[in-house]
Design a binder for this molecule. Structure first.
Ligand code: OAD
Length: 233
């Protein structure tokens, strides 16, 4: 790895949490085989059947609290602790496994399961309990809490901060994501245009694999610790 690398942006997806026991979306048996996106991951689906949507995220919130970070999350936490340059882990994942492994420089562009967003006062609250049954917002008292996750048709969080980092990135690394969902799927092209080296670590080639300078295929729990050891020298 070149000595000229100082600013790193890492994009993670469901594949990094798969070995912790969290279902991915598009692999065989993945979440989008069992549930229709339109029903559980759009504002229209929520308006149509709020209880169905709350139950879907309640189950995922409960499940996420029963699993543990794996070697890939731990390796990124080590990189975060030891890397002296800029680093941002942009995750599409709504679990908290990066943080539980100890990573600090994490941005949840698709929101977080362990957070509730009040549709009335727009405040966010840490949340580990079910939302079905409409508990009151601790801030304003309205029974208007929804999962603090980004649905299709909504704007992912903190895009300005992400593009600012991509603009300055020397290295962009994508881990465990299929490259099927924009804008995250387009980050590799943006990073390349801004001059970054681009590396993909994934079980199989992603949809945007063509855009990466380098692709390493394998399990995140093997590839990520190897790559982190390499870059930390
Ligand atoms: P996907 O399910 O689309 O893709 C997961 C990727 O991880 C696939 O390319 C797998 O090959 C790979 N993979 C699986 N197991 C792996 C392992 N052990 N090690 C390494 N790679 C592995 O999940 P995402 O790309 O994260 O958005 O999906 C992106 C977005 O689509 C999600 O954030 C979610 C979903 O709809 C919203 O809900 C807004």
């Amino acid at each position: 790895m070149s000595d000229s690398i100082r600013n790193i942006v890492i994009l993670t997806g469901a594949g990094i949490s798969a070995e912790s026991g969290i279902d991915t979306f598009r692999d065989g048996g993945g979440l989008w085989e069992k549930h229709r996106v339109e029903d559980v991951a759009t504002p229209e689906g929520f308006a149509r059947d709020p209880a169905l949507v709350q139950r879907f995220y309640d189950a995922r919130r409960e499940a996420v609290q029963k699993v543990e970070p794996n070697a890939a999350h731990r390796a990124l936490a080590k990189l975060d602790a030891e890397w002296e340059g800029d680093l941002l882990i942009v995750t599409q994942n709504v679990d908290d496994l990066h943080e539980r492994a100890g990573a600090k420089r994490v941005l949840h562009m698709h929101g977080e399961l362990l957070s509730a967003l009040c549709a009335s006062c727009e405040q966010r609250h840490k949340w580990s309990e079910p939302l079905v049954g409409n508990p009151a917002c601790p801030g304003c008292g309205a029974e208007a809490l929804r999962p603090d996750v980004v649905w299709f048709g909504e704007m992912p969080y903190e895009m300005d901060r992400i593009y600012d980092r991509l603009r300055r990135a020397d290295l962009f690394v994508s881990i465990g994501t299929s490259g099927a969902v924009y804008p995250a799927a387009g980050f590799v092209r943006d990073a390349r245009e801004f001059g970054a080296h681009t590396l993909e670590l994934n079980l199989q080639r992603s949809e945007g694999s063509y855009w990466f300078d380098e692709t390493r295929k394998g399990r995140a729990s093997d590839l990520v610790p190897e790559w982190v050891a390499e870059i930390l020298g």
